[in-house]
Structure formats: C-alpha cells, structure tokens
Design a protein around this ligand. Structure first.
Ligand SMILES: [Zn+2]
Ligand SMILES: [Zn+2]
Ligand SMILES: [Zn+2]
Length: 150
C-alpha cells in the first residue's frame, strides 16, 4: 500500500470532508502503479467492493486534478489517463507498455525554451511536455529494434 496522505491533504485543503468513500478512493489512487482512467477506478472499486460511488469517483478526480495532485495526460493513442503527482511544475515520462510514470523537472528544458523564444521572437509563457517510451522494468522484455534473423 502506498501512502495516500498527499491526496487526503489536498482534499482537506479544498474543504472536502474526508468521508470513508473519499478515503478509500485516495488509497485506490495512491495504489495505482501507472496511469489510470476514471473507468479503471470505477471497475477496481467494484471488484474490491470498496463502496465508492461513480459520482464520487468522477467528482473527486476533478477536485484532485484542480488541486494539481492528479494530472490528466494525453496518451499517444489519443486516449486520456490520469496520474498522481506532486503539485509543482514538472513533466512525466510514461511507459507505453505498463503505464508507469516518473516525474522530471525542467532541468535542461529551460535552455530549449529560451532558444525557441530567441529563434521565433515569441515570448513563451507555458509549455506542456510528456515523454513516452519503455520503463527500466519493461525494457529487458522489449524486442531489440535492430535484431535480425540469424
Ligand atoms: Zn504530473
Ligand atoms: Zn513499463
Ligand atoms: Zn516544464
């Protein structure tokens, strides 16, 4: 079990009562190893008989993403998913196979943004960046891209 405290704190800060279903949902979100959808949470809550209503799941997810501790990411497939994260500016590197994510900061990216601003004459106010690939756990299982039949 992963510590659900950041999600509970965020809900409390937003003035939401920490009801039993919301506590169970915070734990469910904390336990997600990779990205997840609202439908995943509904299905898992039903499978584990957690007694969290659909409406609670949708509304609480909305509240958590408004608070920045859950973030919606666009997958290369065109689908959307959520990830739990720290409420500071960051980016995600996402595993295309298992959905695990890691957070990265802007180190190195600032230079790129500055160069783009210089080259285009734009003042860049915001950026969004998500990186997709294979995580260290999935990498050994991946077929070697340049492998040829012997
Ligand atoms: Zn994030
Ligand atoms: Zn992976
Ligand atoms: Zn950034």
């Amino acid at each position: 079990m992963v510590d659900p405290t950041p999600f509970l704190d965020a809900l409390a800060r937003a003035g939401l009562r920490l009801t039993a279903p919301r506590r169970a949902l915070a734990q469910l979100i904390a336990d997600q190893a990779g990205h997840f959808s609202a439908a995943d949470l509904v299905a898992e809550s039903q499978a584990r008989s957690l007694g969290i209503g659909r409406a609670t799941i949708f509304r609480t997810l909305d509240a958590l993403s408004g608070l920045g501790v859950v973030e919606r990411i666009d997958l290369p497939s065109g689908e959307h998913a959520y990830v739990g994260c720290a409420p500071t500016h960051h980016h995600h590197v996402v595993c295309s196979r298992c959905g695990r994510t890691a957070q990265i900061d802007d180190a190195g990216l600032r230079t790129v943004v500055r160069e783009v601003a210089q080259r285009t004459g734009y003042r860049v106010d915001e950026h969004k960046l998500e990186l997709f690939g294979l995580c260290p756990a999935c990498l050994p299982a991946a077929p070697f891209p340049l492998q040829r039949p012997a």
